[in-house]
Design a protein around this ligand. Structure first.
Ligand code: PEP
Length: 252
């Protein structure tokens, strides 16, 4: 019987930022995490070109490395795409799928995201699937309906804590400095947990980590991470600065 994971997962999404110079920041992260005081699991998701060097720099540490997207298939004539198997070979153990920036700029639908989740599982990666409402949807009172439908569309009988995390990322909170109230975050996470429970049962649902993402910073991490049903954070901007990322992890 799966229980809630007692350790939070703090995942950093570097987006299209970073270069080999970022390896110095990764060293600082490794040193900071090794110095103690971090009770959370850490994951960094650099651009694909940096997965292998970052994984090398973090070898032997407790910090995991992930990709930011993958193709649903293992190989084929898909110029420019990367499969989950390729990410795994480069050293990734996780992959973000369905980030709102992919949904917006690359037209990714729930069905495409679900196929990418399957690809991640096939390659042995943990899929971090992103969901979240737009500002207009929240203002129209549709946040719960939108997120509930997104989660439902992603679920499969295979979902479990060992292969899946769900990141609730209100689109209007990403990179804006705005965040929902703690009560709003807890309400959406409760709905996500209940939706997963309907599909795979409450015991399995309890083990799926639910991350909050959207302008998480050292100053607001403690209250957001203390909200009910929040098992960690997906962090964008603040993950690019080792001290900020570590401060968020220490706030858990
Ligand atoms: C993100 O891109 O997943 C994100 C949460 O970004 P930020 O923390 O910068 O809002």
């Amino acid at each position: 019987m799966a229980a809630r994971n007692p350790r939070k997962l703090i995942a950093g999404n570097w987006k299209m930022n970073g270069s080999r110079n970022s390896l110095a920041m990764v060293e600082a992260l490794r040193a900071g995490a090794g110095a103690g005081g971090v009770g959370a699991d850490l994951l960094v998701c650099p651009p694909a070109t940096l997965i292998a060097p970052v994984a090398q720099a973090l070898a032997g540490s407790a910090i995991a490395v992930g990709g930011q997207d993958c193709h649903a298939l293992a190989s084929g004539a898909y110029t420019g795409d990367l499969s989950a198997e390729m990410l795994a070979e480069a050293g990734a153990t996780h992959v973000i799928v369905g980030h709102s920036e992919r949904r917006e700029h690359h037209g990714e639908t729930d069905a495409m995201v679900r196929d990418k989740m399957r690809g991640a599982w096939r390659a042995g990666l943990v899929a971090i699937a992103c969901v979240g409402e737009t500002k207009a949807q929240r203002e129209a009172g549709e946040a719960l309906a939108v997120v509930g439908a997104q989660v439902k569309a992603l679920l499969e009988s295979d979902v479990g804590g060992a292969n899946t995390a769900i990141a609730y990322e209100p689109v209007w909170a990403i990179g804006t400095g705005l965040t929902p109230t703690v009560a709003d975050v807890a309400e959406v996470h409760r709905l996500i947990r209940a939706t997963i429970a309907q599909a795979v049962g409450p015991e399995t649902a309890a083990g799926v980590r639910l991350l909050y993402g959207g302008s998480v910073k050292p100053g607001n991490a403690a209250e957001l991470m203390a909200a009910d049903d929040v098992d960690g954070a997906l962090v964008g901007g603040a993950s690019l600065v080792a001290d900020d990322f570590l401060a968020i992890a220490r706030a858990c």
